[in-house]
Design a protein around this ligand. Sequence first.
Ligand SMILES: NC(=O)c1ccc[n+]([C@@H]2O[C@H](COP(=O)([O-])OP(=O)(O)OC[C@H]3O[C@@H](n4cnc5c(N)ncnc54)[C@H](OP(=O)(O)O)[C@@H]3O)[C@@H](O)[C@H]2O)c1
Length: 218
Amino acid sequence: MTEIKKIAILGGTGKEGTGLGMRWAHAGYDVIIGSRQLEKAQKAALSLNEKLELDTVIGLENSDAVKAADICILTVVQAAHESALADLKDVLQGKILVDATVRIEFPKAEPPKPPSAGRIAQDILGEGVKVVAAFQNIPAKALGKKLGRDLGIDVMICSDDIEAAEVTVDLTEAIGMGGYYAGDLDNANVVEGLTALLVRMNKHYKGNGSIRIAGIKK
Ligand SMILES: NC(=O)c1ccc[n+]([C@@H]2O[C@H](COP(=O)([O-])OP(=O)(O)OC[C@H]3O[C@@H](n4cnc5c(N)ncnc54)[C@H](OP(=O)(O)O)[C@@H]3O)[C@@H](O)[C@H]2O)c1
């Protein structure tokens, strides 16, 4: 199994990326916050270090963040999904890319049509990159809670590459969530669609719900 120590979060200055980065930094990983702008990345990294009383988080421009990392997490705003992938295609070759993109348009919040964002990423990046789709159902707000503790929510993890999926399962469990392999990248379209249901449910029940898997023993 690939040994993971350094995690780059591309678009890590945003809501979802900051939440994931905070949890991995707190769990002892070396987190690299990536941004289109070096200064913005450094400012976000400093803010996380101050919050967590650490000095392990660094900020780099996205392509340098990829080069420095063992694994990359993509959390750019959904409208920039394809352009960011095209920009980073060359530097991502040989890496695992975990894509958190959910293509939900507000306020309608309908499930997106196939192919999944993960499949689109794999097609753009080619076979030299192992794409994993994960964290689509995890609200950024939830990531800021219960630091160092179990969040009581699960992540369905899709990839055409089982080992890359299992690496992502381990990283997920390291930050207080259950991680479950859920099939290939085409299945990730269903996971994205669940976010549309959760948006409607959270509006109806005025909550911040996510997903918990029952009945599977690991
Ligand atoms: N928010 C959630 O609760 C949540 C939950 C699950 C999944 N997601 C998914 O996670 C991703 C990020 O969501 P978010 O809410 O964190 O977004 P966000 O805060 O609005 O933006 C994330 C980052 O995207 C980067 N960005 C903006 N325009 C860009 C462009 N043209 N090219 C490259 N990068 C650009 C920015 O980083 P720089 O300006 O520093 O480059 C920004 O900080 C989305 O795909 C979303 O579907 C979000």
